[in-house]
Design a binder for this molecule. Structure first.
Ligand SMILES: [Zn+2]
Ligand SMILES: [Zn+2]
Length: 353
């Protein structure tokens, strides 16, 4: 396995994992844009990830040859045995286990350990090298229980019935998880959707994840129309909250669902009134717990707070290596756009507790 400008390359197998540009053979861990790219020739992924790629890129851009591989199934490519295991991150997300000449590498993609009603839970596989993300690899990041955060949202809705609550959430994964968690908490009213999150909700439902009564936020209202959706919950991409789109809503309470909401400074900067700490990435404890469970003597860290994690590993006698993969955590994932990029910001994060 080598690190190339395009990402991780399995030399004996002749394929890349989550390459950043079109390649001949790609194994794709999940559908987020920093892992799944259009235009590969051959793509191996779970059936759900392939469906997500087709929905996002179109049939003709999601890979000329699409090879579905279910969880727990294996296929051998040029002598390298590939097995996909649930990563618990979003629907279809997989860890990629590679076995060659008696040793095993597990590339986890993005992952979390807590239960998510919209996708299969993370499965531990022991290995010789474990490749991990480190998005929230600082001790300050300890995500509270999801039910606690959903309760805060519902309490606010009860407290401000004259206002609309707009939850900013990424279109793939987070949006559907928030809706499913609301349903579990007993919210059976319609949930309203911004146009940008509709398509993937429909896809999730067609792939067997029920989300209840979903409705589009009404469009084309006449000038002077009274504000709409008081007392209701609206899901929208994080960027939509600050646009004219939000003006049609009744005195909207802006909520954001992200692991970054631990950093109060960040919530304030974005004008988030009700920050909800709901993350699709492992927090500090989950990262360390996972690394302990996979019992790998060597850990490779793809992106995120690799310095803090590698240091914590060295204290435990585990060899850590920062890969500095470029382009990870971009766009819609919780990774980089909001990630603390400087030490100063990380210090603020620490100070937030
Ligand atoms: Zn992701
Ligand atoms: Zn990612």
């Amino acid at each position: 396995m080598t690190v190339t400008p395009l990402g991780l390359f399995c030399e004996p197998g002749g394929f890349y994992i989550d390459p950043s540009r079109p390649v001949d053979r790609a194994v794709v861990s999940h559908g987020h844009a920093d892992h799944a790219r259009p235009g590969h020739r051959a793509v191996l992924a779970t059936p759900d990830t392939l469906a997500i790629m087709r929905a996002r890129f179109g049939e003709d851009r999601a890979g000329d040859v699409q090879q579905p591989l279910g969880y727990g199934e294996s296929v051998t490519v040029n002598g390298v045995r590939i097995t996909l295991l649930p990563a618990g991150h979003v629907l279809g997300s997989a860890q990629v286990a590679l076995e060659w000449r008696g040793s095993r590498i597990v590339v986890s993609g993005d992952y979390k350990r807590r239960r998510d009603p919209t996708c299969a839970g993370f499965e531990v596989m022991e290995c010789d090298v474990f490749v991990t993300e480190a998005t929230f690899a600082l001790p300050v990041f300890r995500h509270p229980p999801d039910s606690h955060e959903i309760r805060r949202l519902l309490d606010s809705v009860a407290l401000f019935p004259e206002r609309a609550h707009v939850v900013g959430a990424y279109a793939l994964g987070k949006t559907q998880r928030i809706i499913a968690l609301l349903r579990e908490a007993g919210w059976d009213r319609p949930v309203y959707l911004h146009g940008a999150v509709e398509k993937l909700c429909t896809l999730y439902e067609s792939l067997g994840v029920p989300l209840g009564d979903l409705r589009p936020v009404p469009k084309g209202l006449k000038r002077g129309h009274p504000p709409i959706l008081a007392g209701e919950i609206v899901l929208a991409p994080p960027s939509a909250e600050a646009t004219p789109w939000a003006r049609r809503l009744a005195d909207p309470v802006t909520c954001a669902a992200s692991g970054w909401m631990t950093v109060r400074q960040r919530a304030k900067l974005r004008g988030v009134e009700l920050p909800l700490i709901v993350s699709d990435h492992a927090d500090w404890d989950e990262l360390l717990e996972t690394i302990e469970e996979v019992r790998a003597p060597e850990i490779w860290v793809t992106h995120g707070r690799d310095d803090a994690l590698v240091h914590a590993l060295s204290l435990r006698g585990i060899r850590g290596r920062a890969l500095h993969l470029v382009g990870r955590g971009d766009e819609e994932d919780e990774g980089a756009p909001e990630a603390p990029s400087t030490e100063e910001e990380a210090d603020k994060a620490r100070g937030a507790h």
